[in-house]
Ligand binder design. Structure first.
Ligand SMILES: CC(C)(COP(=O)(O)OP(=O)(O)OC[C@H]1O[C@@H](n2cnc3c(N)ncnc32)[C@H](O)[C@@H]1OP(=O)(O)O)[C@@H](O)C(=O)NCCC(=O)NCCS
Length: 155
């Protein structure tokens, strides 16, 4: 992701489901500014020069052991065309080359995203009530690669 992709990504973050979390343009801008400043693993799907979606991966962000998907979003006008799948493929490709699991949280009310993740092999393994906002539960989902990666020599 570069600065040029930022406006399109901010627009996505101003939509569902982040509307449930009082997202504002200022907050959305800060999210990506912080990510870019930190050199975060933020990737975009670009078609004809326009960012249609993004994914933010935290390497070892789950329990300091496994990769964690912090955010994923696709522009409303580009959904259902494989953009989300391409972003997840990119995130999982790196994660499963080195480690065996990927984790993420999804809100209980976000049934469409839950279906998307289940379709990709994610399984709910936990639930965090009142975690991000009171009254909402975040479902903890995990995908496990069938074969362990080769051992790291010298580790
Ligand atoms: C969830 C989201 C990232 C999916 O991206 P997308 O580009 O619309 O999904 P894709 O077109 O790549 O779909 C990939 C596969 O998942 C399936 N899928 C996608 N949404 C689905 C749904 N709601 N129900 C069932 N299957 C679904 C598709 O049928 C497709 O299957 P196929 O590979 O067999 O054809 C996107 O809809 C989005 O940005 N939603 C709003 C933001 C959000 O909820 N983010 C997650 C927060 S935790």
């Amino acid at each position: 992701m570069t600065l040029a992709d930022r406006p399109a990504c901010i627009e996505i973050l101003l939509g569902y489901p982040w509307t449930h979390y009082a997202m504002t343009e200022a907050r959305a801008t800060r999210v990506f500014d912080d990510g870019l400043a930190q050199g975060a693993d933020l990737r975009v799907a670009v078609v004809d020069g326009v960012a249609l979606g993004f994914v933010w991966i935290l390497p070892r962000g789950a329990f300091h052991h496994s990769d964690y998907i912090r955010l994923i979003g696709v522009s409303e006008r580009a959904r259902g065309r494989g953009v989300g799948a391409a972003l997840m493929d990119a995130a999982e490709g790196d994660a499963f080359a080195a480690r065996r699991d990927m984790f993420l949280l999804v809100s209980d009310f976000n049934l469409a995203a839950q279906a998307f993740y289940r379709h990709r092999g994610y399984v709910q393994i936990g639930a965090l009530a009142d975690y991000v906002t009171p009254g909402n539960t975040e479902l903890l989902m995990r995908k496990r690669w069938p074969t362990p990666p080769p051992p790291i020599v010298g580790a």
